[in-house]
Design a binder for this molecule. Structure first.
Ligand code: PEP
Ligand code: MN
Length: 330
């Protein structure tokens, strides 16, 4: 149950109310000054007591497992501010860049081309969670320095993945959006730590996560205090291995129905095949996604990771010009 607390309630009366609820085995999570989320097995028998408490203004029952991420908790779209830009509204969010930051030259070259096209968000991994320990693991902190310089040069917003909760603070000093990758979607420790930041979090769907699992992971971040969560459908594992993953575009209308959080699509990891990126990206926009994240590399054949699914800047430009046309058409 989401409980709205009266503006005039004091800290003391709020704490007393929480103590009382906890004595009845109800779990209380303070969302902000005016909201407390109360949950417990037998909450139904306390509804009247909660509603008539002196400090309670109004209540809302939320039946879904994900309470804060649910559309019931908030009917309007959660618009996320990233500096002067907004994610989750009518304007599409297009994030592009290499899978991994490989060198200063590489990132400057790619960022320069994307910036010239009008792309506002630059992606790139500096901590790469690779399936094989022998694959390129990323430039780590050195990559963060390169990002800081690219940001200064082009003013682009930086999107990069963190795999270790201890690096969140450091990375959030440069990154405008922190990505939590598919492999860490259910790393609850990192999700809780993301909840303590105010930096927007791009949460990618786990490769075998249901939509409910996905929203519950968003809930971990939100219930720890960070409401700035952007969801990303990046494909799931199915029996078919023709493509790297099966891009589950069903997730887009499902999330739009269930949640107020923005949802973007990653057709690069969703397909793993360069020539499929454009059609599936456009399909993502057509079915209602708020944006796309796309891998772009200036020399895909030499890329240290995910070259097969990376577009050249020239290929991306062609695609980029069609995205808005599809959005306008629908
Ligand atoms: C990535 O964005 O490069 C990445 C590793 O994505 P995912 O976590 O979706 O595999
Ligand atoms: Mn990648």
């Amino acid at each position: 149950m989401l409980v709205n607390i009266k503006k005039e309630a004091t800290q003391e009366t709020r704490n007393e109310f929480i103590k009382l609820m906890e004595s009845k085995n109800q779990y209380c999570r303070i969302i902000d000054n005016s909201k407390i989320l109360i949950s417990g097995e037998n909450i139904k028998q306390y509804i009247n007591e909660i509603e008539s408490a002196e400090i309670v203004d109004s209540t809302r029952i939320i039946n879904s497992k994900y309470k804060l991420a649910s559309k019931i908790a908030q009917r309007d779209n959660n618009i996320i501010n990233v500096g002067d830009l907004k994610i989750g509204g009518d304007d599409l969010t297009i994030i592009a860049g290499p899978c991994a930051v490989e060198s200063r030259q590489q990132l400057f070259d790619i960022a320069g081309e994307l910036h010239e096209m009008g792309v506002k968000y630059l992606r790139g991994g500096i901590y790469k969670p690779r399936s094989s320990p022998y694959s390129f693991q990323g430039l780590k902190e050195k990559g963060l320095e390169i990002f800081a310089d690219v940001k200064k040069e082009f003013g682009m917003k930086i999107v990069t993945e963190v795999v270790n909760p201890e690096k969140l603070q450091l990375v959030s000093e440069v990154a405008d959006i922190i990505q939590i990758g598919s492999r860490n979607m259910q790393n609850y420790q990192i999700l809780e730590e993301c909840g303590k930041l105010s930096t927007p979090i791009l949460l990618k769907r786990g490769m075998s996560a249901t939509i409910e699992d996905f929203l519950l992971s968003a809930e971990y971040i939100m219930s720890n205090g960070n409401r700035n969560v952007i969801l990303c459908e990046r494909g799931i594992r199915t029996f078919d291995n023709f493509t790297r993953n099966t891009l589950d575009l069903n997730a887009v209308p499902a999330i739009l129905q269930e949640s107020h959080l923005p949802i973007i699509v990653d057709p690069s990891h969703g397909t793993g095949i360069r020539s499929f990126v454009e059609p599936m990206g456009l399909a993502g926009i057509a079915c209602g996604a708020h944006g796309l994240i796309v891998e772009v590399h200036n020399k895909p054949e030499e890329a240290l990771s995910d070259g097969m699914q990376s577009l050249t800047p020239k290929q991306f430009k062609k695609f980029f010009n069609k995205i808005q046309a599809v959005k306008n058409a629908i």
